[in-house]
Design a protein around this ligand. Structure first.
Ligand SMILES: Nc1ncnc2c1ncn2[C@@H]1O[C@H](COP(=O)(O)OP(=O)(O)OP(=O)(O)O)[C@@H](O)[C@H]1O
Length: 241
């Protein structure tokens, strides 16, 4: 189950921001969408999540066209946006129950799935706490648990570690990798932080709206003749990591 972007171009007014971007993700893998600030990552996320309307090209989610079968396509994805989108005054479980209801899941089903996710995330004992009492890393975990409630095959995360300390960033990144290994989830993780990307990852480097590299971290470095991804990123984008 994968995402395929076909020839995506996008402009704000007369300003081109994405230029003929095409890629196909590999099922069950962790993909890093790496780009400096302003590269167009959030715009691409906006298109993948239908916050923005496609202007040119199409996106297939597990084979469903965003243009022609938007409801079916959207059911395939779970999304974690850059900004925290939980209700701080509701408990962890209430946040999950509400999301389950939005997806048409029964209360029983939502509770069972929610508890299973919370347990995996080591947060089941916090289910009845108001989200406000959780630290930033735990709040993000609850958001991921919520994004997985309707059992999507694809998980999209837009700079999910913004505002977290180094240890929480690493824990979150490791956790999402485990989801790929354990559940066969296909992940697209947007970031401008090279330390969140590993040589084994599929890496898509976006710069000024163009996809400059697409392949395993290792193969991209070999093609560029660089020692590591940090050097590759700097040589392709001019951005120091
Ligand atoms: N609503 C908008 N109207 C006009 N220009 C915009 C708008 N949103 C973004 N842009 C511009 O589009 C370009 C790409 O922005 P985008 O937010 O997609 O990049 P990004 O890679 O996500 O960067 P960041 O990490 O800073 O969010 C930037 O030059 C930005 O200034």
């Amino acid at each position: 189950m994968t995402i395929e972007a076909r020839n995506i171009s996008f402009r704000y007014g007369d300003k081109p921001v994405l230029k003929e971007v095409s890629f196909a993700l590999t099922s069950g893998h962790f993909h890093a969408l790496l780009g400096p600030n302003g590269a167009g990552k959030s715009t691409l996320f906006g298109l993948l999540t239908r916050l923005l309307a496609l202007q040119q090209g199409d996106i297939l989610m597990a084979g469903q066209s965003l243009k022609n079968q938007p409801a079916e396509a959207m059911r395939q994805i779970g999304v974690v946006f850059q900004q925290n989108a939980l209700d701080l005054d509701l408990t962890v479980r209430q946040n999950l129950m509400y999301h389950g209801a939005l997806h048409g899941l029964s209360r029983k089903e939502t509770r069972a799935r929610g508890d299973r996710e919370l347990e995996r995330f080591g947060l089941l004992d916090r289910a009845n706490d108001a989200v406000r009492k959780l630290n930033g890393g735990h709040r993000r975990r609850v958001e991921i648990a919520r994004a997985l409630l309707h059992q999507p095959s694809l998980l999209l995360l837009d700079e999910p570690t913004v505002g977290l300390d180094v240890a929480s960033r690493r824990a979150l990144n490791d956790h999402v990798r485990t989801l790929c290994d354990d559940d066969g989830l296909t992940v697209l993780w947007a970031t401008h932080l090279i330390e969140e990307v590993q040589q084994e990852d599929r890496v898509l480097i976006l710069h000024q709206g163009q996809l400059l590299a697409d392949g395993s971290g290792r193969s991209i470095c070999e093609a560029e003749g660089t020692r590591d991804l940090a050097e590759t990123f700097e040589s392709l984008t001019g951005a120091a990591s």
